[in-house]
Design a binder for this molecule. Structure first.
Ligand code: MN
Length: 243
């Protein structure tokens, strides 16, 4: 049985030891895809002016696209001024992920978005974001719980019973980790919010009338060893990529 190829875009960073520039992403994404039966492929950033052609070539070979967590998306991508509490941005990464996502959607490729990846999917479809939950939604519970281990289950979510997420997890509530200070504001074209934290902050996003595009605001890749439902999310994605 062929193993689906799952593209995972990277970001620019520096080696801790040699200080040389790297394109990298967290091992936990690659491991979670492998555990679920997929073959992860890390995709470097591109400084070339033929980014569109590179994305076209990649998307033609890939069976699925995993959009990972990471830095904030440039608010210019959703036509807003950058507010003081917006974090550092990485324009080259935005460019690669937006181009890849749009090409992938033209081809009906399965997409799994995680944290920034959920926000990226939303922006790629014309949606907008809260640039900082703490300052823009002052009644919210504390979503950026970075001081805890990454698998710390910070809050519960309520899942729309008719959603794909509820079908995969076979539940309408779940306890999840929370490592984000931004969130989806208005959903993009063709997208629906399908899970919420107790304070109404969006915790999952799905595409209607599309083969498979599901995104979560939490980090299931950090939970796969302790939480069978997080593993199930990766299995469902890899199965969709197999078709
Ligand atoms: Mn949260």
């Amino acid at each position: 049985m062929a193993i689906p190829l799952i593209g995972i875009p990277t970001y620019a960073t520096l080696s801790n030891t040699t200080h040389r520039p790297l394109y990298a992403n967290n091992r936990s994404y690659a491991r979670a895809v492998q555990r679920a039966g997929g073959a992860p492929v890390f995709i470097p950033l591109s400084e070339d002016d033929y980014l569109g052609a590179i994305c076209e070539t990649l998307v033609a070979k890939l069976d699925g696209l995993l959009l990972s967590g990471g830095a904030d998306i440039d608010p210019a991508s959703y036509h807003e001024e950058r507010l003081p509490f917006c974090g550092a941005i990485e324009p080259e990464r935005d460019a690669l992920e937006l181009a890849l996502t749009r090409k992938a959607m033209e081809r009906g490729l399965p997409i799994f978005g995680i944290c920034r990846g959920m926000q990226l999917l939303n922006v790629a479809c014309g949606g907008s974001l809260y640039q900082d939950i703490v300052s823009q939604r002052t009644e919210s519970l504390r979503h950026p719980q970075m001081e805890h281990p990454r698998d710390y289950r910070a809050h519960s979510i309520r899942i729309d019973e008719k959603s794909r997420l509820a079908t995969i997890l076979d539940t309408q509530t779940h306890q999840v980790n929370s490592l984000h200070h931004q969130a989806v504001k208005d959903a993009g074209a063709g997208l629906t919010v399908t899970a919420w934290a107790e304070d109404g902050v969006a915790e999952a996003l799905e595409a209607r009338d599309y083969p498979y595009a599901l995104a979560v605001q939490y980090h299931p890749e950090e939970l796969v060893e302790s939480d069978p439902l997080s593993h199930a999310l990766f299995v469902a994605f890899v199965e969709a990529c197999r078709k």
